[in-house]
Unconditional design. Sequence first.
Lengths: 309, 337, 170
Amino acid sequence: MSAVLEVQVSAARMLSPVVREFTLQSCAGPLPGFSPGSHVQVHLPLATGKVRNAYSLTDDPAHSQHYRIAVRLQDVSRGGSHYLHRQVRVGDRLQISPPANLFALHSIASLHILIAGGIGITPFMAYIAALEQRQAHFELHYLYRPGLSDAYVDELQQRLGSRLHTYTSRPDLGRILRDRPLGSHVYTCGPPPLLDAVRQQAAALGWPPGRVHWEAFNAAQPGQAFDVELLRSGRHLRIGAEQSLLEALESAGLQIPNLCRGGVCGQCMTRHRGGDIEHRDSFLSPAEQDGFLMPCVSRGRGQCVSLDL
Amino acid sequence: MTIQATPVQSYRDDFSFRNSPTAIRRFPFPFTEDSYLYSVNIEPATSRDPGSIYQHGFDIDEHYRSEMAERALVLDKDPRRYLVMPHMQVAAWDALQMLMEHLAADYPQWFSLERVGDDWHWRNQLLAIDQRFVFGDATSLPCEPLEFIGRQVQGDFALLDQRDGDLYMDAGLVTSPADWSLAFDAGMSFKQWHSPVPMAHQMGVFDRALKYLLNLQAGQPVRRLNWTLTINPRLDSSPETFHEWGADRGRITAENVGQQVHLRVELQVMARLPRSNAVMFSIRTYLISMDELVTQPGWGCRLHRVLRDLPGPIADYKGMSRYRQTLVEWLSRFDQA
Amino acid sequence: MTDRHSAAPDRLHSLPRYRQPLPRDTATRHLVVMQSAAACAPVVGALEQPLVLNGENADFTPRLQQMLGRATVGSQLYIMGDEAFIWRIHGEARSAGLEDDEIDIIRTLAGPRLVYCVHCGLTQAAGPEPLVTCIGCAVGLEVREHFSRRLGAYLGVCSNPDQPYAGARP
């Protein structure tokens, strides 16, 4: 959380009209090793304030001389992906957080079933390198829009052969998940509707929850500007429409534990003492939301929100 | 610091182990208060106090050669003290890398590591080891990676697999345990292997500790101290050999307390291993006799109070019941109150 | 990320908890392995089309291997019998890929339990008594309240280090 890595963009290429891949090299000292499924937070100095977005590392974890991330241009966003697509050039420097992993491979799975939707392919690029090294059994199901969100498909076809299954419309998840060997695990990454569908289908087929792993690419979305009162220090902050509450708190000098920036991992859980709160996270139960919120994605609605900070 | 050369001191038989005045001064006396109660007591493992055990991530001290000789004895006699489950190979290499990098950086006078891609060259001058190998290829080493490096670093190592929201003890090299068995505990989850610890479960200590460890981030290791007592400077106080040393606890008298009773402190360091996402749990043991301990101002008094007031179940668990009274009486003269 | 669920109570302590389970509605296949007809637990009657194996059958071993080899994710295994039997089957089930959560253990018969002698490494059958003499190294063992699911055995440690070989038997 506290350490920051300085990296330089050593290469950039378009994988599709909306997906841009960056190769990042260290400016000082070797890059830390990472486990497959890890992500880094890229610090983006937007005009509206500092924003941090999380991107999966796509490269082979066995070699960490450089990191690779692939960024999809988002239509509705606070500008992070626009910045990376339009403003960042080869040679530019960026600040990133060290890798963290919220989507790790299961070490004793007999079969790894990977289901990717669009840009959700990114963590699986690291997965397959590691799985091949471990000589593990796996299959990759890749749902994409040809010519748009089909990053890496040629490379995957060459590397994986019959272990790759491609789809241009939602596959029959029941067929993928039915009658799989004991010890199988399923991992899915992509748009929320795909994730929900995989989880529902798995549950309907009797898959224990512990065998179903998912990573959502959530990020903070813009909203109304609102006020915040920090009860312990008595400070008042004004959170802009384009800024997340977490980013505002960080700009104000507070250190809040965080990993995913997307309302999923639970790290930034903060106690609130009231106010009109719009909960946008996927971590807290309704009961918990009475007392806590996730500042990385959740917001106030205009009136003052009081935080126990 | 001077590392003892020959002859190495022994942690068995004649127990020739002794601490120099330097070692006594840097001994990690663990009690900050007059009474002891469980807490998670974890702190970031950052470098502090040059010359202390906290300066480097993995501490090498004057006993290095003695301890490595003792480790070799234990392993050669009982291979059950080393275990790496098949799925822990990546973690074992992670551990080898972490240890080699730290030792080469912190003690360049004794250790060096040169790398060109996966071709590594490791040198350990203290043990006259000069090894070229291919990182990730166990056939290029004389033995498996965890054993190879473990025979060159002081302290025990357990590698914990993180899965299913828990930690599993799926690999380790444990030759100096304070009464626990890797062979038996292998495969257990965090709370399962801590089962025998009295009172802590009800206090929620393990819930908090587990949650903390699951969120360990690479590059941000943490540490804590653990303590118990041992009769004689016996590093291998394992259940495996308990039938050989257990009787020592019944032979403590007012005359031999000072020489035979030892405070045993473990510096436990927990670090996230980068490629495997496993957790490395290193247990570095320091021993000091009562005679040596009481030379330090305040230690005898504090230890007296801690041991006098220790709850029964904890005292039993730490194995001191048979000699506790003798020891407390012996320490009482260092307590003015 | 996986769905948040609290740690199963079994994991709080190493000792096994045997209980009469409710049939798992979520499972799509129920597999029952009983040591003998006498070991059958009431829950079997409530299961939908279970696959049942009886340890008394002559071809039990190959049929067990076949059942585990053909089973798919979504299966729930119910093991019924004495403690030693339960953990023998549990070990095979784990090797076949089942997790603890997918295995229900129901102790319906009295019988020996297994003890691991920490001194020589031998796992041996023993009764419920707290003391047993190791048949491998002759050390008198105290059977501790600490259990390894992997070994299916309780920890046995020298009960009297002053006289380690005095033996438990009179």
